[in-house]
Design a protein around this ligand. Structure first.
Ligand code: NMX
Ligand code: MLT
Length: 433
């Protein structure tokens, strides 16, 4: 496999380079303040992540490339299409923009494993009909742990240096199946349990849209873009951090990704996309289904804040400007659905809510994040089941987390185990100050 050959050549060099960093063991990277310890470790530089970096003012770069650069440089299925999401996975893993031949080799490799075993279907069918799609998604993933090549090789006594190989194998097998699992959940829950087989001529991203039952080529393009945009956001976000933490105990990819999905399912993280569209549609309903005026949006935003709730899709733990993932989706909307009334509402909210949040004075970042825009695009193309939206996010996020944890094993990072303090110790710190 071309990807494995590339990684086999890269890993020895990167292991050498790590030795230089290990030699800096006593150098200070950061100082930790009490506020950070009790404040969700905000801003503490305590993780390593090479797949992407999040600058607060510029937003995400994937292996050094901005979103517009990735959209321009990665190979595409057709002239006017968005790039292959698997091209991004190659980039995250190798740091290099792949050729079309390299991406197609990965597409072929994935197709070998793109089937849904009956036992996974049985597990999904055994779950109560009102289970949240994220609970179903996470359960299906962990159910497949029995197939882990990593666990098999571990039981056989593989060395630490070999661990990245079954990690890569497990990741390919899992990622190949994620769109099938997600589409199965979608069709079971919302489309009368009628399923659509994969199309061998479609790429990984296009096939996902096809299996969900949305044949529109524009939606297939949106799906490719979506799968790229949500993939990686360095390693401190809840889902990636969870994946890294779980894998650091040498738990395999199935455990790590299932756990990561459980974190993504929280309303302050990935679930914000479902909450956000709900908020927008409730806002429109409140004003008789029409596009509300900016004054009406302002009042509605204040009502939300005054009732003690957050405005979903706004704010961020790291970003301090409009999320470039929001901008990329806005550009897609301006191209394909400029006159859509919900998109117009999203645009008006963008003009009003940052000012409201500034006046409110709490949120450190008053600007929109990725989730403020994703729902309207899904809704426009007919995917109107809000509680499915985080599953779409999850399929994409698995690209980033698998890339990160394959490298965790390649570089032999240790089990993660930070130190805790008691609140009494803070009191003593104050007394001795
Ligand atoms: N609406 C109202 N209040 C907010 C918002 C918002 N959108 N964002 C932050 N705040 C509040 C926050 O709840 C906190 O209040 P308190 O002191 O009473 O606890 C205060 O402002 C300070 O929070 P920050 O330090 O600005 O934000 P933090 O880093 O703690 O949290 C988020 C980041 C993203 C969790 C937060 O901005 C939020 O809850 N946003 C809405 C939910 C959302 O859009 N999440 C999606 C994030 C992206 N993703 O996909 O994961
Ligand atoms: C993400 O994509 O993970 C979110 O923007 C949250 C984060 O980065 O903290």
């Amino acid at each position: 496999m071309l990807l494995k050959e590339k990684l086999s050549a890269l890993i020895p060099q990167e292991r050498e380079a790590l030795k230089e960093i290990k030699a800096l063991a006593d150098k200070k990277v950061d100082e930790v303040k009490c506020g950070q310890v009790i404040g969700g470790m905000r801003g503490c530089k305590v993780l390593v992540c090479d797949t992407s970096y999040l600058d607060p003012y510029e937003g995400i770069r994937f292996r050094g490339y901005t979103i517009p650069e990735v959209q321009k440089l990665l190979p595409k299925p057709g002239e006017n299409d968005e790039p292959y999401p698997l091209g991004l996975w190659w980039l995250l893993l190798t740091g290099e923009i792949p050729t079309k031949e390299e991406v197609l080799s990965l597409e072929e490799e994935f197709k070998k494993y793109a089937y849904l075993p009956q036992y996974v279907i049985d597990v999904l069918r055994a779950m109560p009909a009102d289970s949240h799609p994220m609970a179903m998604f996470s359960t299906a993933i962990v159910a497949m742990e029995r197939e882990s090549q990593f666990r098999k090789r571990y039981d056989e006594g593989m060395t630490k240096a070999e661990m990245w190989e079954p990690m890569l194998e497990d990741s390919i097998r899992l990622l190949a199946r994620l769109p099938l699992i997600a589409a199965y959940i979608y069709r079971r829950k919302y489309k009368e349990d009628v399923h659509i087989p994969a199309d061998p001529n479609e790429d990984w991203g296009g096939n996902f849209a096809h299996m969900m039952g949305v044949e529109n080529p524009e939606y297939k393009n949106l799906m490719r873009l979506y799968l790229i945009l949500h993939s990686d956001h360095e390693s401190g976000n809840v889902s990636a951090h969870t994946g890294h933490l779980v894998a650091s105990a040498l738990s395999d990819v199935y455990y790590a990704i299932s756990a990561a999905m459980d974190g993504l399912a929280g309303p302050l993280h990935g679930l914000a996309n479902q909450e956000c569209l709900k908020w927008i549609l409730n806002l429109m309903d409140h004003f008789g289904g029409r596009t509300p005026t900016k004054e009406e949006i302002e009042k509605y935003a204040w009502d939300t804040l005054n009732s003690g709730r957050v405005i979903p899709g706004y704010g961020h733990a790291v970003l301090r400007k409009t999320d470039p993932r929001y901008t990329a989706q806005r550009e897609f909307a301006l191209k394909y659905l400029p006159d859509d009334p919900i998109f117009k509402t999203v645009s008006n909210i963008y003009e009003v809510v940052p000012e409201v949040l500034k006046q409110h004075g709490k949120a450190k970042n008053p600007w929109p994040n990725v989730d403020a825009h994703s729902g309207v695009l899904q809704y426009y193309y007919g995917v109107r089941e809000f509680d499915f939206y985080t599953v779409l996010f999850g399929v994409s996020r698995a690209l980033g987390i698998t890339a990160q944890i394959i490298w965790d094993r390649a570089l032999g990072y240790p089990i993660e185990r930070p130190k805790s303090v008691t609140r009494q110790m803070f009191k003593e710190l104050a007394e001795n100050a």
